[in-house]
Design a protein. Structure first.
Length: 289
């Protein structure tokens, strides 16, 4: 690790192969305006860890099986937690050889595909609710508006990184009508505020060190959070490798099957790596567009 006047730089290793391009394409389509800035070479975002606020830049290290991370000096006191979050977000602890062998032909075209995680569980969970029954692009637009409305402003050297991601505590006290006013459907606005309250009060845990089955059941008690949303949240925010949003329209299309029970039957062969199977199924649709 190296420390300069205004930043800290370190590298964090992974087991190859690693499909950086596919991961970046996936998260770029869901980027949070003002919080994230992404191109094919670099991932940039603002970040808060406890009272420490700053920014990070992540890109592949040259000639190594590692990602290189530059973080603002303001994050130096919590750099170990920054490293942990980077590893979770880019799924660097996965062993693609084991997963690929289990998934077989499904994973053969993209053996280094990973399941993007979350720097903040509420960020991914609220974004999942926003994405219900609308396009990825439309949900991304709404998420950016919410970040601008609720996220704290933060100074960075990047003109398009201006806000921290809103926390559950910040959204928990909101009137759902504030979300409606920026374009969120009323029912989803209410669901997001209920989720924020549950997370802020500790009634739901949106992180990787939990029992995902227990937390998914809690999530589904929130009006407007169904099986698809709970599974997607578990897949990303909780790092649950066997999460599988089996009612997803993209998965239906990739499998040429629209019967939920049959999709679940087909997925049995992919346990306990069904989250990776979902990523590969979504990835397969890119070649037919």
């Amino acid at each position: 690790m190296t420390l300069s006047f205004d930043s800290v730089t370190f590298e964090t290793e992974y087991q190859p192969p690693f499909d950086w391009a596919s991961v970046i394409r996936f998260v770029n389509g869901r980027r949070l305006a003002g919080v994230e800035s992404i191109d094919e070479h670099r991932y940039r975002r603002t970040l808060a860890v406890d009272e420490h606020r700053g920014w990070i830049v992540v890109h592949p290290a040259v000639g190594k099986y590692a990602l290189r991370v530059e973080a603002s000096a303001s994050l130096a006191p919590v750099i170990n937690e920054v490293r942990t979050r980077v590893r979770r977000y880019f799924d660097l602890d996965a062993d693609p050889r084991i997963i690929g062998e289990h998934l077989g032909a499904l994973a053969s075209a993209n053996p280094g595909l990973r399941v993007p995680g979350a720097f903040d569980g509420f960020e991914v969970a609220s974004r999942a609710i926003l994405g219900q029954q609308i396009s990825v692009k439309a949900a991304t637009t709404l998420a950016g508006r919410i970040a601008a409305a609720f996220g704290d402003r933060v100074e960075t050297p990047f003109e398009n990184l201006t806000h921290l991601s809103p926390t559950a505590a910040q959204v928990s006290g909101a009137d759902p009508e504030v979300l409606v006013a920026i374009g969120v459907v009323r029912a989803r606005a209410a669901s997001i505020v209920r989720l924020a309250r549950a997370a802020a009060e500790g009634r739901i845990a949106l992180r990787a060190d939990v029992d995902p089955d227990v937390e998914m059941e809690k999530l589904k008690q929130i009006p407007g959070v169904g099986e698809w949303t709970a599974q997607y949240i578990a897949m990303r925010a909780m790092g649950f490798s066997d999460a599988f949003p089996h009612t997803d329209l993209g998965i239906y299309k990739a499998l040429a099957e629209n019967r939920p029970r049959r999709v679940l039957e087909l997925s049995e062969d992919w346990r306990p790596w069904r989250a990776y199977a979902a990523m590969h199924l979504w990835k397969s649709l890119e070649s037919v567009r």
